[in-house]
Design a protein. Structure first.
Lengths: 288, 664
């Protein structure tokens, strides 16, 4: 695939535990497509939720460290988890544009040189589209998913707040559909693809999440989707927990990419998953 | 040396309360050239004017300074006084000691010294004034109206009725504009085409009016009274003079899959077509992009079946050039592209339609012959949701919508709701709104009829998502802000009242006509309140939505206003031209082109001229100002690196004299 390009790769804690497929296929596919994902040493959890308190820096520091590490290595920072992308990109925006947060975070972190939001944060889909190129992805596909009708499920964390994330049009996103086309499958657009799955509220109100997810599945099935793909472990979890009517298979986007690139591996032993774990997801898994 | 009189006005207490006017007059007496100075209560009154005229005679004044209000208020008044008393009107300077002086300062301690400084600068300037003469230019007694919608039609009719020739240039194959697509009109519910068609016929039959349809303005040069306009008449591939409008060609055309623009793409039309039944002219046009003959060289059926042999594939675009005294821009509007609002399901479901599509669906000449039905399954909708302000009143950084209120949507939504309830009383109608705005004659009464008499359900709030359901319905999820509750409605049809925006062609046209447009592509008026139909370029006027959102009655009123302005211009045999225009000093000019680049009016060209300078005799490229085009804005005199460009009445020397006085 030509020249290998390096990226700083922030997997996030869920990808090390519950969402290993999202992680390992992200790495193997990137390698095949000529992008080397370098995991920083000693990275910490992004926090999972962007702290809205404007005087809060504690929960932002792990993102700041990851961002600064990428800066020091002169690399762009790639994440594949929607929540990590959301949190890190918003923190990066704070570091670039909110002087108070910038000052206090730097006073605490004491980097060699203050961090001011210099690192470019990319989602894995943006890496595919803007750095590697969907045309190159298409060329690399050896087992195209021809005829497969796939619906993209965006959820909310990738898209909003759109002014900061600048990922895609929050009401009419298309990047994942373009990705689906690139791997040879047929993208199916459906209205609920950017609606909320219930997010963390599923921890305390399963019924609410089921109600929201049910609507998403019904609309997706009605529009002709055979399966859904997502980049978000939390969405994946909420969608897969659902047991009501119209349920469709849900896979990580990197897994279908791996299928198209002929990189699928045997499923790991579920027992392996009980290693290090992000607390919230771990608890949620038990409860379910 | 001038003999200067200084006249200080009290403006009642407007000036005198915070400026010691007698001190100003006293100080004036010590300024160079001043031979007379006086203060008076109201200088603009008849007594005040007489006082000035008398002083000019008694003291043999050659120039005057009036210390009063803004020159925008009374410069013309005092110039007229001076002219009557025998001195050149351009030997008058106004020192504005009111707006930015007496009105903004609290007491005489601040006001008086500033007024004295302002008086001194005016005296310094008037000392260097020289008499200027207004020029004259002729007027071509013909007007051009760009756009053949109701705005253009009404403007043309009013100009023609006053006895002047007028041409309409319309881009589409027929005149009629948006109004021809509407079903009924609010608040009286007359049928739109019933009131429009007679006007279209009148235009067609009026001997003073020529119509160029399927034509575009492609170049404009000249100036007020003397515009030269290039009009490109696109080829219809049908000779209008031979065509009888029988329509056989359109019925036999085998290419029938082109979306019908007139019906907003809700049905299709043949490649050779007449846009709608009442089209003027009633002559078909071949859409070359979709015509089999133009694509493949085969077919040719229309030519074979035409009984009068009017179809001619060889016809070419024709470019004509015409002269006009005045131009009216009436290029109208369209609805914004609603595909951007994916969450509302436009483009996702056929049963989500725009308001203007609904007009076609309700119109007897529309794709459903006036029967309201869903485009998906042709069933009559029982549950309908209207969403207002789609793309109107958006935040300034919203990429999809417009910041302004489109003004007409509240009323036409109420109209559509009333008409549907009238025809199909068992229909449930819900209208999501932000505010209902009905400021117009009988407008609020009309809206209240929709609510009270027809029981239309108005919900204050917005819709977040429209999702097609397996049963063919549309799930509408919105919010009721008054009840603070989610609203979920399974609707058969959703109607989006999209924002309206000026026809995008206005950008090209604005460049050609040096018009100023705002961020939303609406034309800017010469003055938002006092010159609402005049463009910043002299001799160009505006009519209809090109200036801002408006409904039909407002458009017609504005069309009349534009027409009377045109008539007022065409009625003149000669136009006076402003003498305060730019003038290059040929000895200093080095032909560098900087002035021409900054000139917003295209008034500067370059000529090769023989210059004699210190015994040298050489031909140089120097700037030349077209006195009819120059507006006297002064941009060139500021930009000129060698100080060669001077604005008459505001020469570099005069400006520097004023600055020197202020800095003393």
């Amino acid at each position: 695939m030509g020249e290998i390009t390096q990226y700083s790769y922030f997997p996030g804690c869920t990808l090390k535990t519950k969402a290993r497929d999202l992680d390992r296929y992200a790495r193997s596919c990137a390698a095949k497509l000529g992008a080397e994902l370098v995991e920083p040493e000693m990275w910490q959890c992004c926090g999972g939720v962007y702290p809205l308190g404007s005087d809060e820096i504690g929960n932002k520091l792990s993102s700041v460290r990851a961002l600064n590490d990428a800066k020091e290595h002169g690399l762009e920072l790639v994440t594949v988890c929607s929540a990590c992308y959301h949190v890190i990109k918003r923190v990066n925006d704070d570091m670039a544009n909110v002087p108070d947060i910038q000052t206090r975070a730097n006073n605490y972190a004491q980097f060699d040189e203050p961090y001011k939001g210099e690192t470019k944060v990319l989602h894995y889909l943006e890496l595919l589209r803007d750095r590697i190129g969907f045309d190159k992805v298409k060329e690399a596909v050896t087992k195209p998913l021809t005829g497969k009708k796939i619906g993209a499920y965006y959820g909310c964390l990738l898209l909003r707040p759109s002014k900061i994330l600048q990922f895609d049009d929050p009401e009419n996103p298309s990047i994942m559909e373009d990705f689906i086309s690139a791997i040879g499958a047929t993208p199916v657009r459906y209205q609920m693809r950017n609606e909320c799955c219930g997010g963390y509220r599923s921890m305390e109100n399963r019924a609410l999440s089921d109600k929201l997810v049910g609507k998403i599945f019904t609309d997706a099935k009605n529009a002709g989707c055979e399966e859904l793909i997502t980049a978000c472990p939390l969405c994946w979890y909420n969608l897969n927990q659902y047991q009501g009517p119209d349920k469709l298979p849900v896979r990580y986007m990197t897994e279908v990419l791996a299928e198209a690139l002929d990189l699928l591996e045997a499923k790991p032993d579920p027992a392996e998953l009980d290693g290090v774990s992000c607390a919230c997801m771990h608890e949620a898994g038990k409860e379910a | 040396m001038q003999r200067i009189g200084v006249f200080v006005c009290h403006c009642g207490t407007n000036i005198a309360a915070t400026v010691d006017v007698s001190k100003v007059a006293e100080a004036a007496k010590h300024e160079p050239g001043v031979v007379y100075a006086v203060d008076y209560t109201y200088m603009c009154s008849e007594n005040g004017q007489n006082l000035i005229a008398q002083a000019i005679k008694d003291y043999g004044l050659t120039a005057i300074v009036v210390c009063s209000c803004s020159p925008r208020m009374h410069e013309a008044t005092f110039r007229a006084v001076a002219e009557k008393a025998g001195i050149n009107p351009f030997m008058v300077e106004i020192a504005n000691i009111r707006e930015q002086c007496s009105w903004v300062h609290k007491d005489m301690e601040e006001g008086t010294p500033k007024a004295i400084t302002l008086m001194k600068t005016a005296v310094a300037k008037v000392n260097l004034d020289s008499p200027l003469q207004e020029g004259e230019s002729t007027v071509t007694k013909r007007a051009l109206v760009i756009g053949g919608g109701i705005a253009g039609i009404q403007t043309a009719l009013d100009i023609a009725d006053a006895g002047y020739k007028v041409d309409i240039v319309e881009k589409l194959p027929s005149i009629g504009g948006r109004m021809s697509q509407l079903d009924k009109t609010f608040p009286t519910l007359d049928c739109s085409s019933c009131i429009l068609t007679p006007r279209m016929t009148e235009v067609n039959q009026n001997p003073n009016i020529r119509i160029f349809t399927y034509s575009e303005v492609t170049d404009v040069s000249g100036f007020v009274g003397n515009f030269t306009v290039q009009i490109t008449k696109h080829s219809r591939s049908v000779r209008a003079e031979d065509c009888t409008g029988c329509g056989i060609c359109t019925s036999k055309c085998p290419s029938r899959k082109t979306p019908n623009e007139f019906n907003r793409g809700l049905d299709t039309r043949p490649a050779i077509y007449i846009p709608f039944a009442q089209a003027i002219p009633n002559v078909p046009v071949i859409d070359k992009e979709h015509c089999i003959h133009f694509k493949t060289g085969k077919c040719g059926i229309c030519s074979k079946v035409c009984p009068s042999h009017a179809v001619d594939y060889e016809l070419k675009d024709e470019i004509i050039e015409e002269k006009y005294g005045a131009i009216v821009v009436a290029t109208g509007f369209d609805m914004i592209d609603l595909h951007k609002f994916g969450e509302l399901g436009y483009g996702v479901s056929k049963d989500v339609v725009s308001s203007i599509e609904l007009e076609r669906l309700m119109n007897a000449a529309g794709p459903t012959s006036g029967h309201l039905e869903r485009m998906s399954d042709h069933k009559q909708p029982k549950e309908m949701v209207f969403i207002q302000c789609v793309g109107s009143r958006c935040a300034p950084d919203d990429r999809r919508g417009k910041t302004y209120c489109s003004k007409i949507c509240c009323m036409y939504t109420a109209k559509q709701a009333i008409l549907i309830k009238d025809h199909y009383p068992d229909t449930n109608i819900h209208v999501f709104y932000i505010d209902v705005r009905t400021p117009g004659k009988n407008f609020d009464e009309f809206y209240r009829r929709a609510v009270e008499q027809y029981g239309v359900d108005y919900i204050k709030g917005n819709v977040g998502k429209v999702t097609p359901l397996p049963n063919g319905k549309l799930h509408v999820h919105g919010v009721d802000l008054l009840d603070q509750k989610d609203v979920e409605i399974d609707a058969d049809m959703v109607v989006l009242a999209g924002a309206i925006e000026p026809n995008p062609d206005i950008r090209k046209l604005a460049t050609m006509l040096t018009l100023s447009i705002d961020n939303n592509n609406f034309l800017n008026e010469a003055h938002a309140k006092l010159r609402p139909v005049e463009a910043a370029t002299a001799g160009v006027f505006m009519s209809g939505v090109v200036q801002g959102p408006k409904d039909i009655p407002e458009t017609v009123a504005q069309a009349g206003a534009a027409a009377i302005k045109v008539v007022g211009l065409l009625a003149k045999d000669k136009l006076k031209t402003n003498p305060c225009i730019a003038e290059p000093d040929e000895l200093y000019c080095n032909g560098c082109s900087v002035c021409a680049n900054v000139c917003p009016y295209g008034a500067i060209t370059y000529v090769d001229k023989e210059i004699r300078d210190h015994g040298l005799r050489e031909t140089r490229r120097i700037a030349s100002v077209n006195s009819a085009l120059c507006k006297g804005c002064g941009a060139c005199s500021v930009a000129c690196p060698s100080g060669a460009m001077n604005l008459k009445g505001f020469t570099n020397r005069q400006i520097m004299a004023e600055v020197d006085t202020v800095c003393q």
